[in-house]
Ligand binder design. Structure first.
Ligand SMILES: [Zn+2]
Length: 257
């Protein structure tokens, strides 16, 4: 029995490609944030969109923002300051802020973001975050003639796609076998899935039953030889070898040793 997160992985990453609904839902919610940026004319523009903390982290990790006039970028939420969002750089300050959805242009005008924090900073952590944020912001210059731009990191055309937002959540996963040998084989799906389970050593042969403390036979039921393992069942057992040599003879193949 292969664990569910592995089953959910795309096939080329060693999974079965079963859709992970959590990740897919997140990919679709990230779309709202992408659309929010691009469609100010939509009736819901300016409303708070139903996104979780994780959704925002994914959005920020997936986009690059270049500041122009600062009118589109949300000061706290978007990753515009050295590729990071101020809410992540200064989480304790973010908690203090009442109006969290203002734009960079609004917050930088007359240092409005500083006034908003006035008399609220009470401890050293908040003060430290304030100073480091202040230093970073000193390097920012708005350019009133250019609009802010956003690009999507995971597609060649720099535009959001649900597919790429879904795939991006598997970054860091790797495969530990050659998946193409299985999925490109010309055979029935059930054989491919069996091979996929076998290669991960998850077929319920006797050696696996032993590990789980389940009832099992001490030797291979076919040849009465050693304990049954995936490798024995499919390759080493004399009965398996007889099947393979039959198959090879049909096709006039020989096995190079
Ligand atoms: Zn055997």
């Amino acid at each position: 029995m292969v664990n569910w997160p592995t089953v959910n992985r795309p096939k080329d990453l060693g999974g079965l490609g079963v859709l992970d609904l959590d990740k897919f839902g997140r990919a679709l919610r990230v779309r709202w944030m992408w659309l929010e940026w691009h469609a100010e004319n939509k009736p819901w523009a300016g409303l708070e969109i139903p996104c979780t903390e994780m959704d925002r982290l994914l959005f920020n990790a997936s986009t690059t923002i270049t500041i122009g006039n600062g009118k589109k970028t949300r000061f706290w939420h978007h990753a515009w300051l050295d590729g990071e969002a101020p809410r992540n750089l200064a989480p304790h300050l973010f908690e203090l802020v009442q109006r969290k959805h203002k734009t960079v242009a609004q917050e930088l005008a007359n240092n409005s973001w500083i006034s908003a924090l006035q008399y609220k900073i009470t401890n050293a952590t908040q003060l430290e975050e304030f100073v480091s944020l202040w230093i970073r912001i000193q390097g920012v210059a708005l350019n009133s003639e250019i609009e802010d731009t956003i690009t999507w990191k995971w597609t060649p055309d720099d535009i959001y796609s649900a597919r790429s937002a879904y795939r991006a959540q598997f970054i860091g996963s790797f495969r530990n076998f050659n998946t193409e040998l299985i999925w490109r084989a010309r055979t029935e799906n059930k054989c491919k899935v069996f091979a996929w389970i076998l290669i991960q050593d998850k077929v319920l042969t006797a050696d696996i039953l032993v590990r789980r403390g389940w009832p099992h036979q001490a030797s291979c039921a076919l040849c009465n030889g050693p304990i049954d393992t995936g490798q024995h069942l499919c390759l080493l057992c004399p009965f398996a070898q007889a099947v393979w040599s039959q198959v090879l003879s049909w096709e006039n193949w020989s096995l190079s040793q």
